[in-house]
Design a protein around this ligand. Structure first.
Ligand code: MN
Length: 456
C-alpha cells in the first residue's frame, strides 16, 4: 500500500539526537499557541572540535547539524569560523574526499553493500543550499541508519544561502556512514556554476581570509563525487540522466587495424553510452567539458529528458543531451533496469518547457515506457529562495523512498518549505540570472563549438 505523499509518518530520530526540540522550532510557530511549549533550544557547543581519535560519531554529526542550524539564525555569516574553524573544515573535507575519490563513477548499492529486505533507500534531488529544508527532509525521512540508505542526486550548493553548511553536513554523514550515504555530483558542483550562482561568494564571506583556501578545497572535493548510482540492480540515478557512447569507426585513410575513436559524433550518429564507458570516464574535472574526448561527465550532469524521440545536443544548455522516451526505453531494456531517477530541473526550468510537467509537487513522471519510467526529482521547496515572493514558484520539494523487495516502486513524499527562514543577503545577482537556468554562459561557450546562440 502506498501512503499518500504527505501522510508519511516521520520515522523516529536516532537516539543520540537530544536536539529534537531545537530542530522542530524551525517549522513551528513562535508565539502563543496552546501546545505545550518546547524548552528553549540549548546553545550548541562551539566551536566544533575534531574528535581526538579522528573517528566521527553520530553525536558529533548531530552536534554539527545543531550548530549550523543555530548559527544560521544567531550569527552573521562572517562568524562562521567561530562555529567551524578552518582546521576542522580541513579535516572533514580531507577525510570525505579520500572516501569519495575511491568510489567508482557509478556506485552500486546492492546486496554487496548490505542492501537487504530490511532496508529502505531514500533518494533526494537538488537541495541548493536550503539548509532548513534539508534538515526537515532528514528528520522527515529519518536520518541515515543501518537500514536506511540515502542517495543524493547532486546540486548541494548555489542559489540558497547555506550551500557550505549543506555540503559539509552531508560530507559528515558520508564520513560517518560511507556505505549508507551516497553523494553524487550535480552540475553545480563545478567551478563555473559556483562562480556565478553564489557558492564561491558565500565561502569568501563566511571564511574571509581563508575563503580562497576553503573554496579550493571544496572544488577538489566536488571532483571526487561519483556521477551515478544503481540501486538494487533496478534503479539508475544521476543528476541529469543519460549519456552518450563513443563510436569506433575505421579510419578512412587506413587499413583495418587503424581504428579511430569518435567522441563527438555528428548528431545523426549519437548513441547511448554503456556502463563500461561510464566506468572509464574521467570525472575529476573542475568543469565537465562540452567538447573533446571526455563528454560523459557533462552529459550525466547536464542532460534533460525530452518528449521528442532520439538523442540530440542540448542546445538550450550548451552542454549535454536531450533524450527522448525511446532512449529511456532502450537504456532500461538494455541494462535490465526499471526506473531512472534524475533531478536537475526545478520549477523555473520547467516553466519554459510546456510539453513536460511542472515541478510544483517536487517531482514529475516524464517518460512511461514499456520497460519502466523516468522521473525528475527536485528537493528544494519554495525555490529559488532569494527571489521576491511573487517571483518564486511556491513549489513543494520531494524525496523518494524505495522499499524492498525490489526497490523499483517509487513512493513520493512531497514537503513544504520551512518557514520562516533566517534573513540573509543573497550571494549572487539573482535579478541578472533570474531567467537563465540554461546556466552556462552560452555566449562564451558556443563560440568554439559552432552552436547557435539560443534566445534567452
Ligand atoms: Mn542542476
Amino acid at each position: 500500500m502506498l501512503p499518500s505523499p504527505l501522510a508519511a509518518a516521520a520515522p523516529p530520530l536516532p537516539p543520540q539526537s537530544s536536539d529534537e526540540d531545537f530542530f522542530s522550532t524551525a517549522s513551528t510557530s513562535t508565539s502563543s499557541d496552546s501546545k505545550p511549549r518546547s524548552p528553549p533550544p540549548t546553545l550548541p557547543q562551539i566551536p566544533i572540535v575534531w574528535p581526538e581519535a579522528g573517528a566521527l560519531t553520530a553525536s558529533w554529526v548531530a552536534d554539527l547539524m545543531q550548530a549550523f542550524e543555530w548559527a544560521s539564525k544567531a550569527l552573521p555569516p562572517s562568524e562562521f569560523p567561530s562555529v567551524l574553524p578552518v582546521a576542522v573544515f580541513d579535516k572533514l573535507v580531507l577525510t570525505a574526499s579520500k572516501i569519495l575519490h575511491k568510489e567508482p563513477n557509478c556506485v552500486r548499492i546492492d546486496e554487496n553493500s548490505e542492501l537487504n529486505s530490511d532496508c529502505r533507500v531514500v533518494v533526494v534531488g537538488d537541495v541548493h543550499g536550503q539548509l532548513h529544508d534539508v534538515l526537515f527532509l532528514l528528520r522527515d525521512a529519518g536520518f541515515p541508519a543501518d537500514d536506511r540508505f540515502f542517495v543524493f542526486n547532486g546540486d548541494y550548493v548555489d542559489r540558497g544561502a547555506w550551500g557550505l553548511e549543506v555540503f559539509l553536513l552531508l560530507l559528515a554523514w558520508k564520513v560517518l556512514m560511507p556505505h549508507r550515504v551516497f553523494l553524487l555530483r550535480g552540475n553545480h558542483e563545478s567551478k563555473y556554476c559556483t562562480s556565478v550562482y553564489g557558492f564561491e561568494k558565500e565561502v569568501l564571506v563566511k571564511y574571509g581570509d581563508n575563503g580562497k583556501h576553503v573554496y579550493r578545497k571544496c572544488l577538489g572535493c566536488f571532483e571526487g563525487l561519483p556521477l551515478a548510482s544503481i540501486i538494487a540492480g533496478q534503479v539508475y540515478t544521476a543528476h541529469g540522466g543519460l549519456f552518450r557512447g563513443t563510436i569506433i569507426t575505421p579510419s578512412k585513410r587506413s587499413k583495418k587495424k587503424n581504428r579511430k575513436v569518435v567522441h563527438n559524433p555528428k548528431v545523426d550518429s549519437l548513441i547511448l553510452g554503456s556502463f563500461e564507458e561510464l566506468a572509464k570516464a574521467r570525472r575529476s574535472v573542475l568543469d565537465p567539458p562540452w567538447e573533446g574526448q571526455n563528454l560523459i561527465p557533462g552529459d550525466i550532469l547536464w542532460s534533460d529528458p525530452s518528449m521528442t524521440p532520439g538523442l540530440s545536443p542540448n542546445i538550450e544548455r550548451g552542454i549535454g543531451l536531450l533524450y527522448g522516451p525511446d532512449c529511456t526505453e532502450e537504456f532500461l531494456k538494455k541494462f535490465n533496469l526499471k526506473l531512472i531517477i534524475r533531478s536537475h530541473e526545478g520549477p523555473d526550468a520547467r516553466d519554459k518547457r510546456p510539453d513536460l510537467g511542472g515541478m510544483n509537487v517536487g517531482y514529475t513522471i516524464d517518460h512511461i515506457v514499456e520497460s519502466g519510467k523516468l522521473i525528475t526529482l527536485f528537493s528544494a521547496p519554495d525555490y529559488p529562495q532569494f527571489q521576491a515572493t511573487e517571483e518564486r514558484y511556491k513549489n513543494k520539494g520531494a524525496y523518494i523512498v524505495l522499499e524492498p523487495p525490489n526497490f523499483d516502486t517509487p513512493m513520493f513524499h512531497s514537503f513544504e518549505a520551512v518557514t520562516p527562514r533566517p534573513k540573509v543577503n543573497p550571494y549572487y545577482d539573482f535579478e541578472d540570472v533570474i531567467d537563465s537556468d540554461e546556466e552556462l554562459d552560452l555566449v562564451s561557450m558556443v563560440t568554439d563549438s559552432g552552436l547557435q546562440q539560443p534566445a534567452v
